[in-house]
Write a protein of this length. Structure first.
Lengths: 391, 317
């Protein structure tokens, strides 16, 4: 059993990644990710981690170098945020199409402009369709656990896809939290060495990243879609194994006091913990409120979402990004599309909140519930609202 | 004795017989670039991994599900061949150190065209060279974006007509001087920089072999005649490369740890650039004044490189 320690979440994540015995990491500074790169380079400098730490000149080159290293069969890692993730964008679908099991932390941060270094989800949302398995951590322990699980999921022979772990910038990355760090022996037992089936080496020459026109392109896209859909089975197996080994259980969708709830709220990322406090306050007042937390963004857990929301009369979907001129928040539109095919259609409300690091205290969550409860004839359903914005 | 003129006699003994870039690729007839790639592979040998940028050489060689590559090869995107190569180098280094792959020395090579090197790829290249990866980077310079249809790049020479810098009633075509990429690489203080051209195959092969023997980053700028884009007869591709060297338009030299050396193939006296220009459609519109202006620049540049070779040669520490 690992030791319970107090660590800044970024440092804990870097420690967890080192326990995975990575061979290569590409690092480029960007707030609020930089501490991950710094701590990994410290571990390499001290000889604790035997890996090549490549100090690239941009995030574009970070992802390019990590793709190159992963193609040789090296367990490869990088971390980024915001503009850095957008700069990598071109390469993300290439990494997934090449079926490279790269793992990456994203210290979620608002995308410019205006320049803003604080937390929201506007960096990861535009990456939704790049074919990466996308996980969201709610607290430091989850950030650590998901970072280790990520390699096992990515490198599974039935998956072979890149994985990103989203960790809310500052609000989570820079917190000092109590974390149970697994031991090296435990991680070695959980995560076997990577056994790739094709690598760049003269022992067996292969061509990677070939040119494919209309006669093959669509088949390759379908293969990618099937791979990411099939990855859910592996993700659930990995979480099951983790739960048995470490006693911490993970699900694609978590529920809190949701069983008999008439009004449900849905969050993703670190806001879940604050929302949980709001639920307790509402329950104390006799309001049947509950919370649903989405951990797995891609592959999207349709069945689990439908099951978690099946009793709700009203549903509040919260979003930390906006699809401008579109259907509202990206989570909102995804949830609506998940429920459309089912028989149960609660009145759905969307609040876009916590943009650019705007603080979201407990009373904001209770306020959203009060507003939705007051809408007795469901006039405001199917709409979205920027919460707490001065006009 | 000029070895190139006795190619049949000497070359077969000196060149690796094994084809590592196979026939059946889709390059245009008369493509000197694909010939250079083939010669490069022969010089590199089997223990090589190549990271290629998007471009002519990528699309002609890797049409799925076929490949012309007999060495491990990867293509990721346009601007990042150097970054991908640096990652391959780092990955192989770690895996070899940890005993996870065969314990043999593998040379990593990044390659791109002039656009992929001098324009969109210059940042990734600069970063990789500065970091000191043990890799060769080869720029196959055909002086425009040929793969997308002959658009100008920073490698396009003054006066050339391209599809985005066309000659017209009020324009002479390209209005800027070709970016001096080899000197930019020399400024990175890498151990070895060379210019080469497949019209001088033995010189080119020797330079690749030298780059291969360097532990650390090296850069080779390969002048690659493109009959399609230059609008010259495809059977003249080799002569056109020789004319570029003989007129001083593209000097052949190498820089080893800061010391310059002109290749023995460099002429003692330059031919007028008109000889080189007149066979190419891309220069056909140029007036006598414009050619004189370019001639003056070529003379100045040739003087500069000759002076460097004189004063910065080995021994002049």
């Amino acid at each position: 059993m690992g030791k319970r320690v107090g660590l800044e979440v970024t440092v804990a994540v870097a420690e967890a990644v080192a326990l995975c015995r990575i061979d290569m990491a590409g690092g480029y500074p960007i707030t609020p990710q930089s501490h991950i790169a710094e701590h990994l380079s410290n571990l390499v400098a001290d000889g604790v981690l035997d890996a090549e730490f490549v100090t690239v000149e941009s995030e574009h080159s970070a992802m390019s170098a990590v793709i190159g290293a992963s193609a040789t069969g090296a367990r490869s890692y990088t971390a980024t945020a915001s503009q850095g993730l957008l700069l990598m964008n071109e390469l993300l679908p290439i990494a997934s199409a090449m079926r490279l099991p790269i793992c990456m932390a994203i210290a979620n941060r608002a995308v410019s402009g205006p320049l803003n270094i604080l937390n929201d989800h506007s960096d990861i949302m535009p990456q939704r369709d790049t074919g990466w398995i996308t996980l969201f951590a709610e607290n430091g322990q989850e950030a650590v656990d998901l970072s280790i699980q990520a390699f096992k999921i990515a490198e599974h022979k039935d998956v072979m896809l890149p994985v990103c772990v989203n960790i809310d910038g500052f609000q989570l990355t820079h917190m000092v939290e109590p974390v149970e760090m697994p031991t090296q022996e435990e991680v070695d037992k959980f995560l076997p060495p990577f056994a790739p089936h094709a690598t760049l080496h003269p022992a067996k020459p292969v061509t990677m990243g070939a040119f494919a026109m209309s006669d093959y392109f669509a088949e390759i896209m379908k293969a990618k879609d099937e791979a990411i859909k099939n990855s859910k089975k592996v993700i659930l197996e990995v979480w099951d194994e983790w739960g048995k080994m470490f006693g911490r259980n993970y699900k694609a969708v978590e529920s809190y006091r949701a069983q008999d709830a008439e009004i449900l709220m849905l969050t993703m990322g670190s806001m879940g913990e604050t929302a949980q406090v709001a639920i307790d306050e509402l329950r104390d007042k006799g309001i049947k409120a509950g919370l649903v937390k989405l951990r797995l963004w891609r592959p999207f857990p349709f069945e689990e979402i439908r099951a978690a929301l099946k009793n709700a009369k009203k549903l509040i979907v919260t979003d930390r990004a906006c699809s401008f001129g579109g259907p509202g928040g990206p989570v909102f539109s995804e949830i609506k599309s998940a429920l459309y095919a089912g028989d149960h259609h609660p009145a759905i409300y969307n609040f876009i909140y916590g943009l650019g690091g705007r603080d979201v205290p407990v009373q904001d969550f209770t306020g959203m519930f009060e507003k939705v409860i007051a809408d007795t004839d469901n006039k405001a359903k199917d709409t979205y609202e920027f919460w707490g914005v001065r006009e | 004795m000029n070895l190139v003129e006795n190619f049949d006699l000497y070359a077969p003994r000196l060149i690796n017989k094994k084809e590592l870039f196979s026939a059946g690729h889709r390059a245009c007839s008369g493509c000197a670039e694909v010939l250079a790639v083939r010669l490069m592979c022969k010089a590199l040998g089997e223990n090589t991994v190549i990271a290629s940028a998007t471009g002519c050489m990528e699309i002609v060689s890797s049409m799925f599900p076929t490949t012309a590559w007999e060495v491990p090869w990867i293509h990721v995107a346009f601007e990042n061949a150097a970054a991908v190569a640096s990652g391959v180098e780092a990955g192989l280094k770690a895996l070899r150190r940890k005993g996870k792959v065969d314990d043999r020395y593998v040379k990593v090579v990044g390659m791109a065209g002039d656009g992929g090197t001098m324009d969109i790829g210059i940042q990734a290249l600069s970063g990789a060279m500065e970091r000191g990866h043990d890799m060769i980077y080869v720029c196959f310079d055909n002086e425009a974006y040929m793969n997308t249809g002959i658009q100008r790049s920073s490698g396009t020479p003054m006066g050339a007509s391209t599809t985005t810098a066309p000659a017209g009633k009020v324009s002479m075509g390209q209005k800027t001087w070709k970016k001096n990429m080899p000197e930019i690489m020399v400024a990175h203080n890498v151990p070895y920089v060379a210019t080469a051209c497949p019209s001088y195959p033995l010189d080119f092969i020797r330079k690749i072999e030298k780059a291969k023997s360097v532990k650390g980053p090296s850069y080779i700028h390969c002048f690659s005649v493109c009959p399609t884009g230059w609008r010259c007869p495809s059977h003249l591709a080799i002569s056109m490369g020789r004319l570029a060297v003989e007129t001083g338009v593209f000097p052949l030299f190498e820089v080893e740890n800061g010391h310059y050396r002109l290749s023995p193939d460099m002429p003692k006296k330059l031919r007028p650039i008109r000889d080189y220009f007149k066979a190419q459609g891309r220069f056909r519109h140029l007036t006598d004044e414009e050619i004189s202006m370019i001639q003056e620049r070529v003379n100045t540049e040739h003087k500069k490189i000759t002076e460097k070779a004189k004063y910065l040669k080995t021994g002049n520490e």
